[in-house]
Design a protein around this ligand. Structure first.
Ligand code: ZN
Length: 225
């Protein structure tokens, strides 16, 4: 049986540092592509955290906050709304987090996210160079770090490659890619275990594995206690 190997998506950690005075109008944004695969050694069996604070806690969204998604339909495939709704529904069902698609936007500032809705859209590698090669998508969160070291996510993005490699091989469906990227938005990095959905390369899995589910539970535990 042909195994379809695809890099499912690299992760851009988007950091927004609060100034020490908590002046929300004066944030700095730094793109850190060196943190694409999660923090080495963080997490647990089958999962890693995308980013951790100085005390090792994963950075994720506030407990019980509805995470709003705005979709930019430019370049989207037919039926994109169903693809997004499908991925959001599956993730909401198995995690303690709640995404909600609140509308559409013409915003294309994928790599400069700050505080606000998660931007979900489609682009090619000319617009988003990180989509070069076999990369099917990118996902990540912007977060703030307070003076005490505590951090929380405040925004983010998912961007899908407009010409996804491998779809014509019948090996991977786009809903699965969106699901993978949304889990990056929640705060999981790539798994070293190739059978998890959060593995960097997809070899046919389209369901969440035990490591993925354990990672989502760990994020919920970290934020909701
Ligand atoms: Zn990924």
């Amino acid at each position: 049986m042909l195994s379809v190997l695809l890099v499912l998506g690299l992760v851009i950690g988007l950091m927004v540092y609060l100034s020490p005075t908590l002046d929300l109008g004066n944030v700095q944004r730094t793109v850190t592509p060196d943190r694409m695969d999660g923090v080495p050694g963080s997490g647990g069996e089958g999962y890693t955290f995308m980013q951790v604070t100085d005390d090792g806690s994963p950075i994720t969204w506030p407990c019980d906050e509805v995470i709003e998604i705005e979709v930019n339909p430019q370049g989207a495939p037919d039926g994109y709304a169903d693809l997004v709704a499908g991925a959001v529904g599956r993730l909401n069902e198995v995690s303690g987090f709640t995404f909600e698609v609140t509308g559409e936007t013409d915003d294309r500032e994928f790599l400069g996210r700050g505080r606000g809705p998660v931007l979900l859209g489609w682009a090619d590698e000319a617009e988003v160079p990180e989509l070069t090669g076999p990369t099917a998508g990118l996902g990540g969160a912007a977060y703030v770090i307070g003076p005490g070291g505590a951090a929380r996510s405040v925004g983010g993005m998912v961007v899908l490659d407009t010409d996804l490699p491998g779809f014509w091989l019948g090996g991977l469906d786009e809903e699965t890619v969106i699901l993978h990227e949304l889990i990056h938005v929640l705060g999981l990095g790539h798994s070293q275990d190739p059978v998890q959905l959060m593995a960097a390369e997809n070899s046919g899995q389209d369901e969440l594995g035990e490591g993925d589910l354990a990672g989502l539970a760990a994020l919920e535990e970290a934020t909701c206690g």
